[in-house]
Every structure is written in structure tokens, then in C-alpha cells.
Design a protein around this ligand. Structure first.
Ligand SMILES: CC(C)(COP(=O)(O)OP(=O)(O)OC[C@H]1O[C@@H](n2cnc3c(N)ncnc32)[C@H](O)[C@@H]1OP(=O)(O)O)[C@@H](O)C(=O)NCCC(=O)NCCS
Length: 236
């Protein structure tokens, strides 16, 4: 029987000489995660370019495009079931990734750099586009870690010591960083934040609100400093 999967597989076999990963990684924000994950498995069955340790930790759900470097990058997954990581082509990733709970995910596009000492800490998802620069020692947290109510966080340390974590009362929401953005050193990006295309986050900023495309933001809390010119956008 000709299932969609079979048709796609046959098509991909015919395209063996052409790497489809860069092309497919562009779809990463347009397809439902389940469909995207399935396609990535078809395109990248050998899981080239990825340390065995990461594949073991995430049960094979790590997809990395050609010419991407992961030198110095580290992965920790507390509840690996359903978690996944996908990274496009020609990216340079030196950060630490923490997947906090079931089905947490990290998606990074192509030609993107993430510096050493940066932490991507996802309880939901962190989605970073193409041609993005993330400097060193940036913190991206898509959750608050603890409840604001003392009564609800009273036992967090005790639970932690025995390897438990109750996320019921913890605020969490996905982070999105659009294509061509630049996040300066030691910036902090909090849960639910969307950073627009080409936006620049100045070093040391604490970003608590969405950042409009092609603006420079800075400070704590980060405010718009100015709008980038057409020359700076590369459209003049
Ligand atoms: C944002 C940045 C690119 C400068 O942009 P710019 O448009 O040239 O900004 P300017 O230096 O002209 O400063 C404009 C205003 O922003 C303020 N500003 C600049 N950097 C700031 C920062 N990190 N935090 C808060 N305010 C900042 C300036 O004080 C100035 O304020 P004023 O108008 O009240 O005097 C630069 O400050 C920066 O943060 N670079 C990141 C460097 C980095 O992290 N590199 C790591 C390698 S990827």
C-alpha cells in the first residue's frame, strides 16, 4: 500500500546525493512537531554528526544537519521521554542544553552560532531561527523554575534531592528567537518571549517583553533603544 510515509521515503531515496536537511530544517516552525520529527527521521536515518551519547540520552531524537559543530556543547535531560533536539546545517553550538521535563524540545536553525557558557533551559520549547547569533553566557529560561507561592515551592529542594520535580505550579511558556537576531553576552531571556527578526539584544539585558523586529533593545528590563536603519537591515 502507498502510504504517505512510503512515498516520502522513496522520494528521499532518489534524492540521496542531495542533502535535504538544510531545506527541511527551514520548515521547523511551520510543521507540527510530530510531523517534523517524523520527516527528520526519514531524512537523517544515520543520525550523522551527532555524538552517540546525545542519541542515547534522547533515544535517537537528535537531528543535526551537515557541517554543524557541537564542540563543547552539553546535554542534560531530566525526563527524556518525548524530548527532541533538531539543529540545521552549518551551525556552531557550544552551549549547555537542559531539557527539564517530558517532551521539552530545542530547535535551532542553520548558520546559527550559540556561544560557550550559554544555557538553553527548556521545560517547554526554545526555538531559534536561521542566521542567529547568541553570544556567550546568555541565559534562556522558558520557565520560572518555582512557584511564586511559598506553600507551593516549600518542598522543591527536598524533592530535587531525591530526583523529583513537580511542574504543576511553575509558570512556563515557549521562547522564540526569529531569524537574523543577535543576542549579546550575558543577556537573560525569560519565558514566553518572542524576539523579532533581526533584532539586537544588548549585552547584559534582561528581556521581559517581546522584542519587535529590527530594533535594538537594552537594559533591565530591556527597552527599545532604537530601530535599525535600512542599511543595518541590509535592504538599502
Ligand atoms: C547594543 C550594542 C550593539 C550597541 O548598539 P548601538 O546602537 O551602537 O548603541 P550605542 O552604543 O550608540 O548606544 C545607544 C544607547 O544604548 C545604550 N546601550 C548600549 N549598550 C547597552 C547595553 N548593553 N545595555 C543598556 N544600554 C545600552 C547606550 O548607553 C545609549 O544610551 P543613550 O542613548 O541614553 O546614551 C552594544 O552595546 C552591545 O550590547 N553589543 C553586544 C556585544 C556582545 O555581547 N558581544 C558578544 C559577542 S556576540
Amino acid at each position: 500500500m502507498w502510504t504517505t510515509e512510503r512515498i516520502v521515503t522513496n522520494y528521499l531515496r532518489k534524492q540521496q546525493k542531495v542533502s535535504l536537511l538544510p531545506w527541511l530544517s527551514k520548515l521547523h516552525r511551520r510543521l507540527p512537531v510530530r510531523v517534523y520529527n517524523r520527516l527528520m527521521r526519514l531524512v537523517n536515518p544515520s543520525k550523522v554528526n551527532v555524538g552517540k551519547e546525545w542519541q542515547r540520552i534522547l533515544n535517537g531524537n537528535v537531528f543535526v544537519g551537515p557541517e554543524t559543530h557541537l564542540v563543547g556543547a552539553q546535554l542534560h535531560a531530566h525526563e527524556p521521554a518525548g524530548c527532541f533536539i533538531s539543529i540545521g546545517a552549518a551551525s556552531n553550538i557550544a552551549c549547555t542544553i537542559v531539557l527539564e521535563r517530558r517532551s521539552s524540545s530545542i530547535r535551532i536553525g542553520s548558520r546559527t552560532h550559540i556561544g560557550g557558557g550559554t544555557l538553553l533551559d527548556a521545560a517547554c520549547s526554545i526555538d531559534i531561527g536561521d542566521d542567529v547569533l547568541i553570544a556567550f553566557e546568555v541565559l534562556m529560561l522558558d520557565h520560572d523554575s518555582h512557584s511564586l507561592l511559598f506553600s507551593e515551592r516549600r518542598n522543591d529542594v527536598r524533592d530535587w534531592i531525591i530526583g523529583k520535580k513537580d511542574w504543576t505550579h511553575v509558570k512556563a511558556a515557549p521562547i522564540h528567537i526569529a531569524d537574523k537576531a543577535w543576542v549579546g553576552a550575558r543577556a537573560i531571556i525569560l519565558e514566553g518571549i518572542r524576539i523579532g527578526e533581526g533584532a539586537v539584544v544588548a549585552a547584559g539585558s534582561v528581556v521581559t517583553k517581546d522584542v519587535p523586529a529590527w530594533t535594538v533593545v537594552g537594559g533591565n528590563p530591556a527597552r527599545v533603544i532604537r530601530t535599525l536603519t535600512n542599511v543595518e537591515r541590509g535592504v538599502a
